[in-house]
Design a protein around this ligand. Structure first.
Ligand code: ADP
Ligand code: MG
Length: 240
């Protein structure tokens, strides 16, 4: 479903990704862990071409997104992204936040866009909040609305960049529950997270990154439970 080959990204002289290779199979959940500044966000942003890689290739569903002739907007449409900061439009209702891209990008009619929005709000447990504005929601509700917005675009792949890091601790659980359900429903997910319990339970594979490289990867029981590399051990000692 996703294949990344020898991905490099530099900002000026700073090489942030130093040759990343990995694959995500359809329906898999991959959790990416690692210290701050190790390049996790840059990796996700390169997968949907919010950043242009300096070198290397990204394939999604066999289509090379890094190919120079690609229609980036069309390719990106298949990929949903959820950020640490929810990035909802503050001046739009929750319903309008979820219908706007469907209408503008997918050219869906109003009724269909609203139907899809409400179905996805129900999925994240927010069906009564359709008429509310972002400021009237808790952080956890805003993040769930952002997930519903991404899902309404019918993505093949969902990218999550520390989706619970900005939340008060008591609001984290509801968001993780939604993500767990999404995983059970078979969504392919690439998740940057510090929630080790979630990674342990939900991930098919955990990838540990440090300093722009993958240090080790494998099943959660192996990477979180029995890490081999000193850097992984050090990181886990800090977060567990
Ligand atoms: P992580 O998500 O693992 O914390 P990031 O991918 O955000 O790491 O950042 C990795 C490194 O790249 C950091 O040193 C960061 O300062 C740098 N970086 C990220 N984005 C930019 C940018 N747009 N311009 C310059 N440097 C950047
Ligand atoms: Mg980050």
């Amino acid at each position: 479903m996703v294949e990344i080959r020898d991905l490099h990204k530099s900002f000026g002289n700073l090489e942030v990704l130093k040759g990343i290779d990995f694959k995500v199979e359809r329906g898999q959940v991959i959790c990416v862990i690692g210290p701050s500044g190790s390049g996790k966000s840059t990796l996700l942003r390169c997968v949907n071409l919010l950043e242009q890689p300096t070198k290397g290739q990204v394939f999604v569903e066999g289509v090379e997104l890094t190919h120079r002739d690609i229609d980036i907007d069309a390719a990106r449409r298949r990929i949903g992204m959820v950020f640490q900061q929810f990035n909802l439009f503050p001046h739009l209702s929750v319903l309008a936040n979820i219908t706007i891209a469907q209408r503008r990008v997918l050219k869906r009619g109003k009724a269909e866009a609203e139907r899809t929005a409400r179905a996805n709000l129900a999925k994240v447990g927010l069906e009564e909040k359709a008429g509310s504005y972002p400021a009237q929601l808790s952080g956890g509700q805003q993040q769930r609305a952002a997930i519903a917005r991404a899902l309404a675009m019918d993505p093949d792949l969902m990218l999550f960049d520390e989706p619970t890091s900005a939340l008060d601790p008591e609001l984290v659980g509801d968001v993780l529950t939604v993500m767990r359900k999404l995983a059970q429903d078979g969504m392919t997910m690439l998740v940057v997270t510090h929630e080790m319990a979630f990674a342990r339970e939900v991930a098919d594979k955990v990838v540990f990154m440090d300093d722009g490289m993958i240090v080790e990867e494998g099943p959660p029981a192996q990477i979180i439970g029995d890490p081999q590399h000193e850097r992984t051990k050090l990181f886990l000692r800090r977060v567990l």
